[in-house]
Design a protein around this ligand. Structure first.
Ligand code: ATR
Length: 275
């Protein structure tokens, strides 16, 4: 069978093997999908080793390797280039590796299709300006949010991202220290790694407007604190990133197999298992 993998560190609890196998069953496709743990200094070698196998076709990449995956590829899609990170590596027919980033597309798909949000007319706040934030900022903008305010603990990274998008009428930055004074938003996306690092984020309640949807790109324990803040702040909706995880897997699956799997049954079964 064709071979696929997800690279991360840690990776033992990754849901990606289960998600890809569930997609494959929808089409009667047999594939092998492994979780490969690679420490940062072993990542490039592990990727090379994996793609040296004849049947290796593609790999997903998760923390902390998304920048390294982007760097080692032979060619990069526009979405990957904008983010400077990649969550998908695909072996091309000539053996070269192509890097792609589907996180932004996956977030927008989860927000608009699973959660039924119409992003047009939303004033959005994006917390963070690292790799995850860069991957989703462009997609939120292109999905038609009315304004996108980017706030990062270190302001330079937020300014760099806003400048790269280059739409000053709709995309701008504010200081983290000013969060208490910048009013409320309809959509608040937590793209910081604070939850994943086990650090707390102190956010003022005033950020969440009465119809606000709050979304954490992470899921499970990493999203708990932000979602608890969202509920306490009176947000109408508080979502974790499990739907985004399933959608980004579907994007990769479609790229590799040419068919778009149904994501809802897989999402529901992960929820039923307690994810
Ligand atoms: P990722 O790939 O998850 O985006 P990253 O590129 O290292 O990881 O970016 C981490 C982001 O989370 C950054 O925006 C970082 O802010 P700084 O640029 O100021 O470092 C943000 N972040 C991490 N821990 C945070 C915390 N405790 N409070 C606020 N922001 C935090």
């Amino acid at each position: 069978p064709l071979q696929f993998a997800v690279f991360g560190h840690p990776i033992a609890h990754s849901l990606s093997p289960q998600i890809h196998q569930a997609f494959a069953r929808q089409f009667g496709i047999t594939l092998e999908y492994r979780a490969i743990d690679a420490a940062p200094d072993a990542f490039a070698g592990a990727v090379k080793h994996f793609f040296n196998e004849d049947h290796a076709r593609g790999a997903n990449v998760t923390l902390p390797h998304k920048s390294a995956a982007f760097a080692l590829a032979d060619e990069r899609t526009q979405a990957a280039t904008r983010a400077g990170t990649a969550n998908v590596l695909t072996r091309l027919a000539d053996g070269r590796l192509s890097a792609h980033n589907t996180d932004g597309h996956a977030l927008v798909r989860d927000l608009t299709e699973r959660h039924d949000l119409d992003l047009r007319g939303h004033d959005a706040l994006l917390l963070g300006a690292g790799g995850a934030s860069r991957a989703v900022a462009w997609s939120l903008f292109e999905a038609g949010v009315q304004t996108l305010t980017i706030v990062n603990r270190s302001p330079e990274a937020a300014d760099t991202l806003a400048d790269a998008i280059g739409e000053p009428a709709r995309v701008h930055t504010r200081y983290w220290e000013d969060l208490a004074n910048i009013g409320s938003f309809d959509l608040i996306v937590n793209a910081t790694s604070a939850g994943t690092l086990g650090q707390s984020l102190t956010l003022p309640m005033s950020l969440a407007g009465s119809r606000a949807a709050c979304y954490d790109l992470a899921y499970g324990k990493s999203a708990f604190a932000f979602l608890a803040w969202a509920r306490a702040a009176g947000a109408r909706y508080a979502y974790d990133g499990l739907g985004m995880l399933v959608e980004q897997a579907a994007d990769a699956f479609e790229l590799w197999h040419g068919q778009r799997p149904g994501t809802e049954p897989v999402y529901q079964s992960l929820r039923a298992q307690g994810s």
